[in-house]
Write a protein that binds this ligand. Structure first.
Ligand code: MLC
Ligand code: AMP
Length: 506
């Protein structure tokens, strides 16, 4: 292999010369230096190797946010393993699918989930180790006993670094395979595009099982050798307390909606801040305007997805326009196209199709699905409906995929409809997203009962509770005699969205 494309090699090359620089500052004031992160991830990588994780093996991880979880991610990179993070909200039923599909060599979970997940891991011959948010569990115990190691397994650019599952419109999740080069190229571009500089300090309050918190925020900060003010989860008060010492914040729109609810947010509080980034869901113009008015900062909105990391961004130096997601990032090419992949005239809506070094390698063990979503010329069909202005500026104006985005989490209606339809007393159902002041959209179910049981809203919610992650559960359930359909028999979800649009108003 000519040159090592392991992402860790790149990140490590950018660690600060003074390795005692703080990498993570925890909420309780504990400081973890870059030297610590390097030493701990080396030890953990050595441990992974010694327990039989070989390059290419999947390491499936469902643990709360902690410095050890970051160390585990970096250790997987170093060991050449494929990191497979899962939302902590997923139930055992949901995790079972991922374990069976990914066939990991190692499963790492919170000790409280061990009893449920152990038989699932055993069924695919995977080892199971535990890690809790306080840094306890069998994994850290073994790691602390492991010898120091500077292991970094050389990787080719095209080797897998991670698999991130993204739900499908069929209700079946697909594992997006991301290579070392996908992640490295996107991180380098964002680092430059957003003007990262010496002295930057990031408030990290996103979960680290999705692209936004795990890759966009973590990678850019590590590439910059920056200190991260590390929060286990979003907490407006904790962010307010840290803003005076920070320069960069990244969040989903809900972060900004909630920060605006705090009267302490003002210009003086953010005097040291350089950049507020929003993404993962549409940022409402009213939020953008209110934030500008209150703080003097124009939130920089960018657009991306699991399969491609970041795709477009409003400019750092130029004008940031509310309701637009800016321009293709350097290296990313794309077009707004009709159903056949032909570019539509500027200003007209079409599906966004892209290509570039950021675009994933395909869906894990789903060659047909992969083929369906790529054009013959290599463009990936995002499923997002966009317009492109004359100057190339892009706006996301809709979705061709049936998807709800709630607080930055994607929810695919089909998955929930299948579960609701299986509840005794249900004839059929439709799940839609309707406007929600806090989450942007809220999952809402419309159910047609078959009359055989006295099913009510609480009954539907209770039936789903054990099976579905909380954020996917309908916040409201409505009952109707029939679903609106067009002449082809297709459920008219737009009509349902309109009918229930005011459900969460005010
Ligand atoms: C929590 N709940 C949610 C929810 N998050 N319900 C719907 N949607 C969500 N996103 C549930 C809780 O279980 C709880 O249920 C109730 O709603 C209220 O919880 P909360 O305490 O108010 O929520 P909180 O824990 O504060 O979480 C809200 C949040 C969080 C917005 C801070 O969801 C979050 O961090 N979201 C970020 C998601 C993210 O990182 N997305 C990036 C994906 S990457 P109950 O009934 O118990 O009260 C991607 C690509 C890209 O999309 O472009 O970046
Ligand atoms: P995920 O599959 O979780 O990575 O979510 C990606 C999806 O989130 C995209 O396909 C878009 O539909 C949506 N998304 C991300 N960023 C934005 C944004 N800034 N504006 C609108 N939608 C966005």
């Amino acid at each position: 292999m000519s040159e090592d494309a392991n992402l860790y090699t790149l990140l490590h090359s950018r660690f600060p010369a003074n390795s005692s620089t703080t990498c993570l500052e925890l909420a309780d004031g504990t400081l973890i230096s870059y030297a610590d992160v390097d030493a701990r991830s080396g030890r953990m990588a050595g441990l992974l190797e010694s327990v039989g994780v070989v390059p290419g093996d999947r390491v499936l991880v469902q643990v709360g946010k902690s410095p050890e979880a970051v160390v585990l991610y970096l250790a997987c990179l170093r060991a050449g393993a494929v990191f497979l993070p899962l939302n902590t909200a997923y139930t055992a039923r949901e995790v079972e699918y991922f374990i069976n599909d990914a066939e990991p060599r190692l499963v790492v979970c919170d000790p409280t989930a061990e009893a449920q997940l152990a038989p699932l891991a055993q069924a695919v011959d995977a080892m199971l180790l535990t890690l809790d948010t306080a840094g306890g569990g069998t994994l850290p115990i073994l790691a602390s006993e492991a010898p120091a190691s500077d292991l970094v397994v050389p990787r080719a650019a095209d080797d897998l670094a991670a698999i991130l599952y993204t739900s499908g419109t069929t209700g079946r999740s697909k594992g997006a395979m991301l290579t070392h080069d996908n992640l490295a190229s996107n991180a380098l571009v964002l680092h430059a595009y957003w003007g990262w500089r010496e002295g930057d300090v990031l408030i990290h309050a996103l979960p680290i099982f999705h692209v936004h918190g795990l890759f966009v925020a973590l990678h850019t900060a590590l590439l910059n050798g920056s200190t991260m003010l590390w929060l286990d989860k979003f907490d407006a008060g904790a962010i307010i307390a840290r803003l005076p010492r920070a320069t960069v914040l990244m969040g989903v729109p809900t972060f900004y909606v909630r920060l605006l609810e705090d009267p302490r947010l003002d210009q003086e509080l953010v005097a040291n801040m350089r950049l507020f980034v929003a993404g993962s869901a549409p940022l409402l113009e009213e939020t953008f305007n209110a934030f500008t008015e209150r703080t003097g900062h124009r939130i920089l909105e960018r657009y991306g997805m699991t399969e491609a990391g970041m795709i477009t961004s409003n400019p750092y130096g130029g004008e940031r326009i509310a309701g637009t997601v800016g321009f293709f990032l350097p290296g990313v090419n794309g077009r707004v196209a009709d159903d056949d992949g032909n570019e539509v005239p500027r200003g007209e809506p079409g599906v966004l199709e892209i290509r570039g070094p950021n675009v994933f390698k395909g869906y894990w063990r789903m060659p047909e699905k992969t083929a369906e979503e790529f054009r013959s010329d290599g463009h990936f069909v995002t499923g997002d409906v966009a317009t492109m202005a004359e100057d190339g500026r892009i706006s996301i104006v809709g979705r061709a995929k049936d998807l709800v985005i709630s607080g930055g989490y994607n929810v695919y209606p089909k998955e929930i409809e299948l579960l609701i339809d299986a509840i005794p007393g249900v004839r059929e159902s439709a799940v839609v997203g309707v406007p929600h002041p806090d989450f942007g959209e809220a999952v809402t179910a419309v159910v047609v009962p078959d009359g055989s049981t006295g099913l009510d809203e609480a009954g539907v919610q209770a039936a789903l509770a054990g099976d579905l992650a909380k954020f996917k559960q309908p916040k409201r359930v409505f009952f109707v005699d029939e679903l609106p359909r067009n002449t082809m028999g297709k459920v008219q979800k737009n009509q349902l969205r309109d009918a229930y649009a005011e459900t969460f108003a005010g």
